[in-house]
Design a protein around this ligand. Sequence first.
Ligand code: PDD
Length: 286
Amino acid sequence: MSRVAYVNGRYIRHAEAGVSINDRGFLFADGIYEVIEVFGGRLIDEEGHLQRLARSARELRLDLPVAEAALRRILRELVARNRVSDGHVYLQVTRGAAKRDHFFPKAGTPATLVAFAHRGDRAAAEARAQSGITVISLPDIRWKRPDIKSTSLLPNVLAKQQARDAGAYEAWLVDAQGFVTEGSSSNAWIVDDAGALVTHPADSAILSGITRARLFQVAAARGLNIVERPFALAEAFKASEAFISGATTIVLPVVAIDDHKIGSGAPGPVASGLRAAFHDFAPATP
Ligand code: PDD
């Protein structure tokens, strides 16, 4: 079965799907995106992701080319046509195709909408959660608006590759004051001395993760306190547990940061418990 993607109103074989070389996404990374988990054939936290997409569009003065109801239909169509049971849907909107010029294209230039679905490997994800991941720290060199889910991800891409080159899975980005903001493609969490979950406030320094927001609810139901405050890298080194969250990873325990063993050096009960409970709380829409 060949994979099918959506491009500007058409479902096209993945291998043949493409956009113009004049596309603003290609030329300027002038676009926004979302990644939504598909679990058991259902979209997880779709509402939150679409709300965040609308916000990103507003912040960048970008007009979405289709209404939300149509977007929901497209995502379902992709899940169905690609027979995705567990995996993700990816959608991206750019400011459209126009002769290369930094100014916005003239009014009426349609935005580009591309979406595709891909299957995940549930067993591999579980194995990773069982072993835990390692993280390196790097300076956060991103622009001052990472709260917008923009496709301008060069610092994130460089950080992620640097993590891989160092044998790690994720990079935690550290601001000028020494505080961990978030991961290159995930939110960052620790468990503090009092057993509370600590994660950076959802201000303009981080992406306000949809998984992160859902975990607040999961944690509360498990009687865990959550504190939104910046934490220093030094505090993370001494934390009893650390973990990351995101639509592609849900919760992954962090067992080492920069060669500092976290807790016992094995996944801890808090992170593992949150991971196990996550899908009991996250709305799943067919
Ligand atoms: N990344 N922070 C960053 C920088 C991210 O790129 C992501 C998600 C998150 C977590 O957000 P959410 O829980 O809404 O997925 C935090 C996606 C998965 C990606 O770029 O592939």
